[in-house]
Design a protein. Sequence first.
Length: 204
Amino acid sequence: MNLFFEFHREALDPQIRENVRKTLPMLDEMKDAELREKVIDAWALSLQLNGWTAIEEMPGSGMPEASAIGDQSMHIKVVMYNALSIYRNLKKAYERDFGLDEDILMACAALHDVGKPYEYNRTERPKWVADDKEYGMPNLRHPSYGVFICGVCELPAPVLNVAGYHSPEGRFIKRSAYGEIVHYADDGSWFSLARLCDLNIPKL
């Protein structure tokens, strides 16, 4: 139970929630309906707090300074596809169940970049650029903000771990098994695109 923040689903813009649902149809595969709704809540909250109405409105890049291809929803989808594929192929090839919950894995993949609406905030970002002495640049990277959003929406602990440590921040901890899979699903997509499309994808 969230002891520090009160989350009210009814305060979310229903159109933004519906936009998230339409953007990520793969969520319909989740057996845990309440977990699925919390994933939608988290994206809707992050978007709404930061002046966006859909994941597609953000450019398809890993960070604002990097090359973009498509829009941000395409990246979220490919990480979801990759993460589930990695885990399912491991089970198939090794003929064993490694014990992960596929609903949790899907939630982790879907929300790994849920903090990006803040890092890409069109109102706040110019302030950071203009005065990085005051704010830092960026003020927060998306993993930090993503942990906040997932915590407010009462996502399970493995999802918070992935939101916070799928990126280079993960070098400073031992990632969960979910986190390791999502990390490679994420990096694998970016660096493959970098070679396929001659993109500038920084290796942090």
